[in-house]
Every structure is written in C-alpha cells, then in structure tokens.
Design a protein around this ligand. Structure first.
Ligand code: TEU
Length: 522
C-alpha cells in the first residue's frame, strides 16, 4: 500500500442514482440530477462518489442486473450524462468510482438470450451455469442452493423445442443469471468493461459481490438452509478460493491506471478469510460491515472496531468504515429511531470519522434520514418482497428519494409528484434547504465534522489506542496525531478525558459529555 494513495483516508459518498435527484421529471433520479447537486457534495466535503450501477439494465434489481456493462441506461441519461458528471466532478476535485457487477448479468444480456436460444450443450450455455435437473424428467433443481433474495437459486427454462429443459443458476433474482467464471471469455469481457470506464476517466470501482464469481466444482449441496439476505462463511455459494485468481487479474489491469482503486463488497466474516481479499495483489479496499451489525453499545462498538483493525492488519491494508448502504437499515433507525436514533447516529459519525482509514457515507445519511417503515405494500419493488413470498419487505425502506427543498413531497427531488417510491410528508424539516439554514442541523454537523477531519493534523496516523472501554462508553486516541474521541452510550453524563474539546455531537452539559453523544478533543 502506498501511504500517499488518495483513497487511504478518503471520504466516499454513495449515490444511489434512483434516489438522489431527478433532473428530467420522470420520478426517478438520474446522473444529471447528481451534476445539478455537485455543490451539495462539494460543500459536504467528500473526496469521491461511489455511484451504484447506472449501466444499461432492465432494472429488475435496480441496475444490479446489467444488460450492457459498457453503456449508460437512458433512464439515467446515457453516455453524455456520465461524461458531464466525470468532467464536472473532477473540476471540483471529486473522484468518481462506479459499481461493477461481475457475478451475474441481466437475463436480458445478449449472452443470456443467445444461451437460451442455442439450447443445451452449446458454447453459448457455457457462459452461465446451466445444468440438467434431477429426478424423473429433471423436475428437481440440480442442487439445494437458495437465492439470496429467497426461493431456489435455480430456474428451469423452456428449451427452443418448447419443452421444459435445463436449469440456470441465479444466486440473486431470476433476472440475474450467474456467470461461469471458469470460461475465459467472461474475464475478457469484464476486462473490456474495466478499461472502457477507466479510459473515460473513472477513478475506480466498487466490485459487487466480490466474494462471489467462482463456484465450487460440481456445485455441491449446501449444508443448511440460509436466511434471506444473508449467508455464512461455510456457504458453498460464496467465497470459493478460486475467486482470488480473478482479483489478482483485476488488480493487474487496474494498476495500469494511476491512482485507480478497487473496493470489494466482501461479505465474509472470518478475519483470515476476509483479509485474503486484501492481499497486496488483490483488492485495494474491502468493505467491513461489522459496525452495521452492532447496536449502540460501547462494548460491541469497541469489539467491532478492534476486529476490523485486526482484519486489515493481517495484510497491512487500509481499514474501511461504513454505517449503512443501500442494502442495510439506516443507522438512525437501527439505533432506535426518532430523536434518540438521530442523536446516536450523529455520535457514531464522530466515532467513524475519528478512526484511521477510509469512510463510506450513504446518501441521505448527512440529512439524518431514517428508514421509511410504512411504505404501502403495493409500492414495494425490491425483488426480495416477491421472492420471499411477501415475508421480507426488503430494502426499499432505505432507498426513498432524498428531500431537497420545499414543504411537501416530492421536496424538490423531482418535478413529478409521482416519485418511484413515495416520500413521507413528515420529511419537511429534513430537506437540504431547511438544514442549510440551520447551524444546528445534521447537515451542518456533517460539514463541520468532515472539514475538521480533512484539515486537522490530529487525525494523522494509522494507530489507535484505547483509553477507556466500559459498558457505558469508550475513549480512544489516534497515537500519531493525538486526536481523542469519547463516546457515551451509558445513562449518565460522562466526564470528558483530558484535552480541549473541539467538536461534539450534542452540547456538553456542565463540561460533561451527555448520554448518546460523542466528542473530539485535542
Ligand atoms: O449485494 C450482495 C449481497 O450479498 C447482499 O444481498 C447482502 O447479502 C445483503 O444485502 C446483506 O444485507 C449486492 C448489492 O449490494 C445488492 O444491492 C444487490 O442486490 C446484489 O449484490 C445483487 O447484485
């Protein structure tokens, strides 16, 4: 790792394109909506955008089902829009990283259409995982794997002769057939996509399901059934060791482009296994989701931080921190919702920003948005809702469009009242416009916190020492720079450690840190 790499202490901001801002009045966010709000991002003080998929897609999983990886979907504005975004973001010193989805394609990708038409035993089918079914007439799926979104991971196709025939594997939705990475054509095409975007000035990639792609020989049954939207480390669907060869080949290509970065979505819990993805010739960065899995509890937070630091130390990689994303409940809601949830979310921002490494903020986090728990069933769009037989409502609740201005939905998100998910009327106090005018707002708080992190030398250095970690709170210090961060998760005000307080998530009370709050001291 080069200590000077721009991403090694960067703040990334994840834009979920459907939900950020709509420039053309169709109720769905788009790339020109991002261009129009670059001021917001610049004032927030981020270093880079992580753009969730904007490539051509039938949108069965809102872009994570890609039918053409080397073009931009017209819904998001086509190629000219991304060229504008790259140019204008760069003018402001903001990098652009794009999501790439190597594990699967859309079922409307030309390859998949050709595979269906070509029939069993053909080369076209070798690009995916087609298998004959088991049992009489092949009526049973080839193995017991389930889809992450619920139901079987196998879908039976109608063959060109009109009869039911083979099955294909889809670890996610039926519209997302898994690619066969044993076929060299798959990598060649992925390489073409990486180069296509790097040549157009993109600064790197977030790699979707980076622990997927490689599948175990013979596709053996899984030992146990797994919950929707989760998996464990001994799950044969993921983390096959052959995936590391793929990452090494990706790294070689990306390293040809100065400063380009890869960030892998690696849902692997074991530290040794997780760290393997961060070996010097594999990914630059890997998401570590431990902070999203723990409550507002000092012990658990301490352990999650220690664990993440230990995992990155194994191969001397850079720690990453994230509190939420487009798949995960927003932290305001996770920490209890309402005023308490917001207080705790603000406190956790200070904890996250005080840690060494790279930080990821999910759009709307800077406004203190909660999950929208009461979306009517008829508007739910996440494939999880249908595939779980209406038992899991899915991730739409974290994807409701951002409120920008005005007093009523659509709050300046779109000129159309018919936004792709309805926006709650009680978000009026949360708009960027309202928060902009209020020095005590969550938005103002984020801006100040990011500015201090960027400008103060106290944030320097990689090492961290714990001064306190009890049931009620924790205090840690950045060894080189000397920044101290204190967090109170207890029921009583906490005496501040030695030092001069420079920032706090809530006003100090008689010189003490109130409950559900954090402070920085130097
Ligand atoms: O997610 C992959 C993934 O494994 C998640 O579904 C995860 O298991 C779950 O969300 C944990 O809460 C990625 C994308 O982030 C997701 O949005 C896509 O739906 C999925 O890949 C398929 O491309």
């Amino acid at each position: 790792m080069s200590p000077a790499a721009w991403w090694s202490n960067a703040v990334f901001y994840q834009v979920y394109p459907r939900s950020f801002a709509d420039s053309n009045g169709d109720g769905v966010g788009d790339i020109d909506g991002i261009v129009a709000h670059l001021d917001h991002l610049e004032r927030l003080g981020i270093d880079a955008i992580w753009l969730s998929p904007v490539t051509v897609s039938p949108m069965a999983d809102h872009g994570y089902d890609v039918s053409d990886p080397r073009d931009i979907d017209p819904l998001f504005g086509g190629m000219p829009a991304i060229e504008r975004l790259i140019a204008q973001a760069h003018q402001r010193g903001i990098k652009i990283t794009m999501d790439v989805v190597p594990n699967h394609t859309s079922s409307q990708h030309a390859w998949f259409a050709a595979a269906l038409a070509a029939g069993p035993g053909t080369d076209a089918r070798e690009l995916y995982h087609f298998r004959d079914g088991k049992g009489p007439d092949g009526a049973l799926p080839p193995n017991n794997w389930t889809s992450v979104f619920g139901g079987s991971a196998w879908e039976r196709v109608v063959e060109p002769d009109g009869n039911p025939g083979q099955y294909y594997l889809h670890l996610f939705d039926t519209h997302q057939p898994d690619l066969n990475w044993d076929n060299p054509e798959v990598f060649d095409d992925f390489e073409a996509s990486l180069r296509f975007w790097l040549d157009r000035g993109v600064d790197g990639f977030r790699i979707d399901v980076a622990h997927g792609m490689a599948k175990p020989a013979g596709l053996p049954d899984a030992k146990e059934a797994v919950k929707v939207l989760s998996h464990s480390d001994d799950d044969p669907r993921f983390n096959n060791p052959a995936v590391h060869d793929i990452h090494r080949k990706i790294r070689k290509i990306v390293d040809e482009y100065d400063g380009a970065v890869t960030i892998g979505e690696v849902w692997v819990l074991d530290n040794m296994l997780w760290a393997e993805y961060l070996r010097p010739d594999e990914l630059h960065l890997g998401f570590n989701f431990r902070l999203t899995k723990v409550g507002f509890d000092a012990h658990q937070i301490h352990d999650a931080v220690e664990n993440s630091l230990a995992a990155t130390a194994i191969y001397d990689s850079v720690p990453t921190w994230t509190l939420s994303n487009h798949d995960i409940d927003r932290e305001v809601t996770r920490y209890g919702g309402g005023e308490i949830g917001l207080r705790r979310a603000r406190a956790m921002l200070l904890v996250m920003l005080a840690l060494p490494g790279t930080v990821f903020i999910y759009n709307g986090e800077e406004l203190g948005l909660p999950d929208v728990l009461d979306l009517p069933e008829e508007v739910l769009q996440d494939p999880t809702w249908e595939r779980s037989g209406h038992t899991e409502r899915g991730r739409d609740k974290v994807r409701v469009p951002l409120p920008w201005s005005g007093d009523a939905p659509p709050f300046g998100f779109s000129s159309s009242p018919d936004t792709w998910l309805p926006m709650p009327a009680d978000w009026a106090p949360l708009t960027v416009e309202k928060q902009d005018a209020d020095p005590d707002s969550t938005l103002a708080f984020f801006r100040t916190a990011l500015k201090l992190r960027r400008e103060r030398a106290e944030f320097d250095g990689l090492e961290l020492e714990w001064l306190t970690a009890t049931d009620d709170g924790l205090v840690f210090r950045r060894r080189a720079g000397g920044l101290v961060c204190a967090l109170n998760t207890g029921k009583r005000p906490m005496p501040l450690p030695a030092g001069e307080p420079i920032f706090a998530s809530a006003p100090l009370v008689d010189g003490q840190l109130p409950t559900d709050a954090a402070a920085w001291l130097v």
